[in-house]
Design a protein. Sequence first.
Length: 805
Amino acid sequence: MKPFTILLIPLVLGITFAYYFNINALLLYILLLITLVAFISKQVMGDLNHGLILLLFFLLGIFQTSSMENGILIDYVYESSYFTGVIEEVLIKDEGYSRYVVVIKELGDRPIPKEKIILNLVGDPILELGDRIKFRAKLELARENTNPKLFNYSLHLLTDKIYTITTIREGDIYSIDRNPTIKYSLRSAFMDKIQGTFTSYLSSRSAKLMTSIFIGQSSYLLEEDVEVYRNMGLAHILAVSGLHIGIISAFIYFFLSNLGIRRKLNTVITLATIWFYAFLIGFPPSILRANIMFTILYYSQLIHEPYDSINSISFAIFILLLINPYYLFNIGFQLSFMATLSILLFGPRIREAFYPYKNKLVSTLSAILAVQLGTLPVQAYYFNHINPYGIIANLLIIPLLSLGLVLAFLLLFFSLLPFTTFVSFILSLVLEVILQWEQALLQLLQTLGPEGVKIFSPELISIIIYYLMLLGLFRIISIKKLNRTMIKVLCLSLILAILVNGYLIFTDRSVEVHFIDVGQGDAILIRTKGADYLMDTGGSSFGDFNIPERITLAYLEKLGVRSLNALFITHFDQDHSQGLDLLVDRLKIEYLFTSYLPEDLKIPPDIEVIPLKEGDRLQLDREVELEILWPGQAISFKDNNRSLVAILKAEGVGILLTGDIEGEVEHILKDRITGPIDIIKVPHHGSKSSSTEEFLEAVGAREAIISVGRNNIYGHPHPEVLNRYEVRNINIYRTDEMGLVRIIIGDGVYQIKGYLVGGRRYKHSLIGFIDQHFLGFLTHTIFFMLIYIMVKISTEKGDSLDELQ
């Protein structure tokens, strides 16, 4: 019996439920109160109901998640206010820019419950850990991802109970009190000691790696170095986790034992050290999980009780999710949890496969294989990359880094003592050699090994099925415990489900058009039954955020798009074509279609480049055609008016794709539009010089989609343009408000869906969800019951015949 494992399941389900569904607060309180009263009543009567306990923890998960969804400071967003706070963490310090976590303690002159914010400071990085500052700022809500499955900054901050962000300049800070409390003094001294020691004794790359691992922040590493570890399946070693705590605690325990320290005192010192270490680096969730487990382990050894590792990890996660349910969505938490659980569940079963061989190498290899299998869906979902050399990389790199961690810990220890410079120097030499070997091995594996497999981000149901298959494969769950009738029902249902879904997929001829939110630019993905096309790449000439790489390519990878049948560039402004070279380099592209050919255009010879002109027609798929309306034979316009203009015709639905054309070209095109137009991509992001009255009358669309950046400096879309659409009762969908806009076309009808609602992630209404899916759920239930009855009757008849014979 593993009580915390059983209680953890409804708690996790409750957290997940609250994340995806809108919950009525009053109804939740009533349900929780009724369940709690019923539970206490049953307890008093001595009639403990297990179902009631599970329901209670399910509701507790919903309650905790809902209560932490919004912070106090959300009520003050977009208002200029005065704040007093303390610098809790220094995230970035660059010339002219810095970023901090600030604990707000006062709003104006009024004390408020402590709440953290992200503070971006433009100017010299003048703030230090523990500084108490008074400043004026306008808070904003943290941005959610506006395209499905991409990085959700808002959710990332929620895992640290941060709800708002702000950007200020030096002049907005009115006072800085540099008198940190002992808490911040200790943390600051520790951080300085870590960085100072490693910087003094190690090369730049090695110092950054060790600092990153000890402090638990990959921001110390270059982005390309972090990418290497991710691609080789080594991302888990960059997060402070059970591996690091295990090495540190084992070393301290072994060292103190050899000094003759008694077992109880040794345990206390070891546990105190790892908890103090967790305090110094800010209690990241992965280290909290590890510390709770090691505390239970050492305590069980002291009292001579058996240690249940599965129940221990369940208890650790249970406590953490009660503290902050949003830890569940933290990638470090997920990797740490799945890696540990996989070692515990799958490791012993994998070792059995190597029987009769039993040695350290087999144990290490089994653990690495278990981690790779267990973390595969997490790595696939977040990184979209699987490397077959990952097992070899882990087998070679982890032992080296484990030894490196011990030496680094010794280096830090001896650097604190007087007259140990020579010892520290020798340790640093050995550590540097080990880290150089580690780097050389990584480079060798990158050079000799395959680049890895790009994979789409799996859906939640696929991840659940994967883990169920693993549990079945390793005989952790067994269908033998089910009766024969139920096994037959499940097998028959599975076969029929595969056949039905296979038929639906095979006969599905729907077309999807995704207007990816790339800010102030265009990137339109056209997906047919057998092909993928991209029109424009997005991009921006402002800032160092690479939109084509971080959004366009990332989104394609999330969908599993590794090749494009064609890439269309409407024109060569940065916001439409900046990602051309990147996509050509990273994807397999058959054709490049443009409206004209710039003199400096350089495309690999394996991609056929074809300029398009008025009258051209491209058959993208069966019943999917692209008719080119512009440019004409002679082009004498500036870049915007040289844009490719086309009508996408799919199953009788017409979508006018307009690039950045303006009034001059619209006047020419108004008489060339053939066939009905249902949807128009608003020209030039809603510029005042486009969407003329005569053009809109000629088009006659019912829906309009505007690809535009939030709060852009151009003032797009212009109010006059919006009015022209509104007076014609044309429905408007904007990427700056709705994020990605998706058009689904099937059987001659279309649906348009925005990813966001009111600028925030869409949450289902429970009643609406039930109403929408009730018929399907009822059909599946009846279907399953009919199969069960048929199998039951068949089995009973078979048994009767056997008795007669």
